[in-house]
Design a protein around this ligand. Structure first.
Ligand SMILES: [Zn+2]
Length: 285
């Protein structure tokens, strides 16, 4: 009995000792990892409560501040300072090796641009319906579907308001988006004389690839596929990130407009766009 009890006691002590070593080892490993992940802020930057410019800034980190990188989300890094202040900073304010490689929609930052708005109605349908109304409907639906897959989405407008052309690509630059998509509907000089959707790119390389990936997914839409084409539009030309502009049909052609106004067409087309974006993000890096 006595020996048995001693054995149990000894085993208990041993377990406590092992536990202490594990905790200590874990802590040291954590400290080492934190130490190895130390780097320096390249430009003075605001530390924020979350991974995005929409989160509140809590303090300024001057250029040269030493920080340890804890983890990344989107194009943002969670860091801690030697004074134990924690928060999120843009990865582009740190040395390039800290810039995350985005391979999934869960970490993608996307700017969606509903064409026109406010005093700029865009083109008009045969019975006067305005292009700006439909660009916003499509943009909102794409945004919702991308967000459901974990992406961070910024809309250049989320209401019927005027936004300058220059401000649209500027947003993509400010948030370091991984890609930019503008929604429009075409119109022809005379009613009912043209039909089809087109995906425009301006820059070759990733923008062209994005246009092809998205257009490929839209090939089964019930209106004519006019393919991916070069287009000289400011919002994609002045863009610093992969950028495309979708003309989702001719708004002043009754055949196309019956689809443009239909929730079913909108649902199918926006799902196609998401599938194209997903393919682009997962294969282009
Ligand atoms: Zn337009």
């Amino acid at each position: 009995m006595q020996t048995n009890h001693q054995h149990r006691q000894l085993r208990g002590d041993l377990l406590v000792l092992i536990a202490v070593f594990c905790v200590l080892g874990g802590y040291l490993a954590y400290r080492t990892k934190t130490y190895l992940n130390q780097t320096t802020i390249q430009q003075t930057t605001t530390i924020r409560t979350g991974p995005g410019i929409e989160y509140r800034g809590t303090m300024e980190l001057p250029k040269g501040t030493r920080v340890a990188v804890i983890r990344s989300k989107y194009e943002w890094l969670k860091v801690t300072t030697s004074a134990n202040q924690q928060g999120w900073v843009p990865a582009w304010k740190l040395p390039a090796k800290y810039r995350p490689v985005i391979r999934s929609l869960k970490n993608a930052t996307i700017v969606i641009d509903p064409g026109h708005g406010g005093s700029d109605s865009g083109a008009l349908a045969v019975h006067g319906q305005m292009e700006k109304t439909y660009t916003l409907k499509f943009a909102r639906m794409v945004a919702a579907k991308l967000r459901a897959k974990g992406a961070k989405v910024y809309l250049t407008r989320d209401s019927d308001r005027f936004v300058s052309l220059k401000a649209r690509p500027a947003l993509a630059k400010r948030v370091h988006a991984n890609l930019f998509i503008s929604f429009h509907f075409n119109s022809s000089p005379d009613e009912n004389e043209a039909s089809g959707f087109t995906t425009y790119y301006y820059h070759r390389g990733p923008s062209l690839q994005l246009a092809q990936d998205v257009n490929h997914q839209m090939r089964h839409l019930p209106i004519t596929d006019k393919g991916s084409r070069f287009g000289n539009f400011l919002v994609i030309r002045n863009n610093t990130v992969p950028a495309i502009l979708i003309e989702g049909g001719y708004i002043n052609t009754s055949h196309d407009f019956q689809y443009i106004r239909s929730p079913r067409y909108r649902n199918v087309m926006t799902s196609d766009v998401v599938a194209g974006v997903q393919h682009f993000i997962e294969t282009n890096h």
